[in-house]
Design a binder for this molecule. Structure first.
Ligand SMILES: [Zn+2]
Length: 183
């Protein structure tokens, strides 16, 4: 038996594009409990491809929209096909960031052949604001020792991942020497 997960994108103009994300196979006749349902590695593959597929589709639609000259409406010539890497909460995604030769009607100097990359201009950072925020929150939790429940040791605690630092009797997390950690 086979299952295929597809991501269907529908533009505001009603155009539909379907991308195949993953395919899972299972025998119909199973002999063990382990052969039933999704396993962790398959779930991870699905969760990695879903946001990447959505991100690439959105960015491609944005680039296609920006390729149309806002002044005269003609399609600006494709100059090059660059890619950019964007770190997201769900992993690093490589997106297409094509360069377009600015339409002649908007060239600052005739025959100047200025190239523009709308996607490159949109991606002003290497990681998304959401990833930055979560990393900052996780860092704050680790420093305060409250990240131990997430499977990370407190900063300065020389234990194994997942091993909780013993709190000081005063209730505050401890440092490597068992003293209350500074806040
Ligand atoms: Zn134009």
């Amino acid at each position: 038996m086979q299952w295929t997960v597809r991501l269907e994108a529908r533009t505001s103009a009603g155009e539909v594009k379907t991308t195949e994300l993953v395919t899972f196979s299972r025998p119909v006749v199973v002999s063990t409990l382990a052969e039933i349902g999704l396993v962790l590695s398959e779930t991870k593959a699905l969760l990695a491809r879903l946001p990447a597929g959505m991100l690439c589709g959105q960015v491609a639609a944005y680039a296609a929209l920006c390729r149309v000259c806002p002044e005269c409406g003609v399609l600006q010539p494709l100059k090059d096909r660059r890619t950019r890497r964007l770190q997201t909460l769900f992993g690093t995604v490589e997106v297409e960031a094509p360069g377009f030769q600015m339409c002649r009607c908007r060239q600052p100097v005739p025959m100047a052949k200025v190239t523009v990359s709308p996607v490159g201009a949109l991606l002003t950072a290497r990681c998304t604001p959401e990833l930055e925020r979560v990393q900052a929150e996780l860092g704050a939790h680790l420093v305060s020792g409250r990240g131990a429940h997430l499977g990370y040791p407190a900063a300065g605690f020389a234990g194994k991942p997942g091993e909780r630092a013993q709190p000081h009797p005063c209730g505050r997390p401890t440092d490597r020497g068992g003293r209350p950690a500074s806040r």
